[in-house]
Write a protein that binds this ligand. Structure first.
Ligand code: XMP
Length: 524
């Protein structure tokens, strides 16, 4: 793999993703990794990420300098660039000049391996206080900016490279090209990692883990659980049973998409549990968001547990009949993604953290072993795997949807009528966004019903006194931060028109123009 050494900023995940976008497999490792540990992983190349503002700060993370002597190509970025400069005997100065945001850079190394074929003047994204004042002995300076004499350097001989700016950020105009030059040209990596090899590798791994035992998977209607289950099905066929809890808080057509489209394209065995009334009863009279989340999580656990228990009993009966224990349900599939693994410290305790986020918590006392075939993947890669497996676009391409569903998109008490109304509005918004070709541009667009708010309107000849619907379109890379999406007015007009005309009791549509932070993506 390519190792991305995480110096503690939020950029390491982004770098890992950009490396994979260049079709090279990457893994994130902590900055405390030693040269011996690196050697054991036998990496094809190493990228040092950005980090805190100064290499001179107390407790600033340092780099085992021996890593630079392993003969493995290294690219240092921002803090990583400075850590490298310092370790190799260059000079890092406290200039007091901060560069932050879009910054013009003059490239002198337009013939170099790293910055070759790039314009001599380009816009990059910077975020640093210190600067490299002098490149280490034997290094060529490739670029500079107004306040940074050494904004990039290279030693082709030692295969060591560095840039002060953030090539992983889209605001760096030629950022991806820097990474690709490093990976393909400097490190000589072919770029042949893709979803087809991921499937092959995971299928083999699942077969080995599961053997002849039975497996269950909870489907939420979301992308991750659908792709995880499809991979397991590809590996072990009917040893897998999927459980889908219809809690009545789903989007329009979601159940049909799972029961018909998903089953048709994968052939999985599916058990659907009808639990709408149970959830509505449990939510009656509750409007506090945290309380709603807890109730939904708890009911989900109960329902799933009962379904799983029934399957286990059935499997035991079968196993007893065939006088073998091969039919026991030993495994549970989880759609844990790489960011969850990284965010929870790279492995230990991961399953628990994910289960809480995901569906409000899977049973803690369940004794299943976990199968997590998406543990090394990012969301867009999961989508690519899903497409490669032939899953329907309505499932693979769908927006992220919270486990507690529409229950946390009704501000106020959740009732059947309100759910129907919100479902109708949500369906219209999704249809129009898709029709306008905007699905790629937005990360998701929660549609929220302000059930306790009423406003006056006029329709036909009469006064109305109805509820507002909020549109919350956001653009994001990972949902940790987000900006509100500038949707075309025509699309907004169409959605507003249709919702106020077609959805009873809604007489106003408003647009949420708050970024995250300070607003979260969901309203509750
Ligand atoms: P917030 O509202 O925290 O949401 O900005 C960030 C992302 O997480 C989704 N979300 C959830 N997903 N279970 C989930 O599986 C949840 O309880 C949950 N709450 C929020 C949200 O849709 C957004 O993509």
């Amino acid at each position: 793999p390519v190792l991305v050494v995480d110096f503690g900023a939020q950029y390491a995940q982004l770098i890992a993703r950009r490396v994979r976008e260049a079709n090279v497999y990457s893994e994130i490792v902590p900055h405390s990794i030693t040269a011996d540990e690196v050697r054991e992983k036998d990496p094809a190349a190493i990228v040092l990420s950005g980090g805190p503002s100064s290499v001179y700060e107390d407790g600033a993370p340092s780099l085992d300098g021996e890593i630079l002597d392993l003969g493995v190509p290294v690219l240092g970025i921002c803090y990583g660039f400075q850590a490298m400069a310092k370790s190799l005997g260059g000079e890092v100065a406290h200039t007091g000049l901060r560069e932050y945001g879009a910054t013009d850079v003059t490239v002198s190394g337009t013939e170099s391996v790293l910055l070759g074929d790039q314009p001599a003047s380009q816009v990059t994204w910077m975020s640093h206080g210190d600067s490299v004042a002098k490149a280490p002995e034997g290094f060529e300076v490739l670029a500079s900016s107004a306040s940074t004499p050494v904004a990039a350097f290279a030693s082709d001989e030692r295969k060591l490279y560095g840039v002060q700016w953030h090539p992983e950020v889209k605001h760096s105009a030629y950022g991806q090209a820097v990474l690709e030059n490093f990976l393909h040209r400097a490190a000589g990596l072919p770029g042949d990692w893709n979803s087809a090899n991921v499937i092959e590798e995971q299928v083999a791994r699942i077969k080995e883990q599961v053997g002849s035992a039975r497996v269950i998977a909870g489907l939420s209607g979301g992308v991750d659980s659908a792709v995880a289950a499809a991979l397991v099905h590809e590996a072990v066929g009917d040893q897998l049973t999927c459980v889908f809890v219809d809690h009545g808080l789903l989007r329009a057509d979601e159940r049909k998409q799972v029961e018909e489209d998903y089953v048709a394209s994968t052939g999985v065995r599916l058990v659907t549990v009808d639990a709408e009334q149970q959830f509505l009863d449990a939510l009656a009279g509750v409007s506090d968001p945290e309380q709603k989340r807890k109730i939904i999580g708890r009911e989900f656990i109960r329902t799933f547990e009962a379904a799983a228990e029934a399957l286990v009993l059935e499997a035991r009966a079968d196993a007893a009949a065939s006088d073998s224990d091969a039919g026991e349900v030993k495994f549970l599939v989880q759609g844990t993604l790489y960011p969850d693994v990284v965010e929870s410290g790279g492995g230990s305790g991961t399953a628990n953290i994910k289960s809480h986020h995901n569906v409000g918590g899977l049973p803690e006392d369940m004794t299943f072993e976990l199968v997590e075939p998406l543990r090394t993947l990012f969301k867009d890669e999961v989508r690519a795997v899903g497409r490669e497996l032939g899953l329907p676009e309505v499932i693979v391409g769908r927006q992220p949807f919270p486990g507690p569903g529409l229950g946390i998109r009704i501000v106020g008490e959740v009732t059947k009528d309100r759910l129907e109304l919100l479902r109708a509005a949500d369906k219209i918004a999704r249809e129009e966004l898709t029709a306008a070709g905007l699905d790629e541009e937005i990360w998701q667009c929660p549609v929220v019903l302000l059930a306790d708010v009423r406003s006056v309107g006029v329709q036909g000849d009469g006064r109305t006194y109805g509820h507002p619907i909020v549109l919350r379109p956001v653009s994001s890379e990972d949902a940790m931060t987000a900006d509100w999406t500038r949707l075309p007015y025509d699309t907004l007009a169409k959605i507003s028109n249709r919702i106020t005309n077609e959805v009873p009791d809604v007489n106003r549509v408003v647009l949420d123009v708050t970024s995250k932070p300070p607003g979260t993506i969901e309203w509750e």
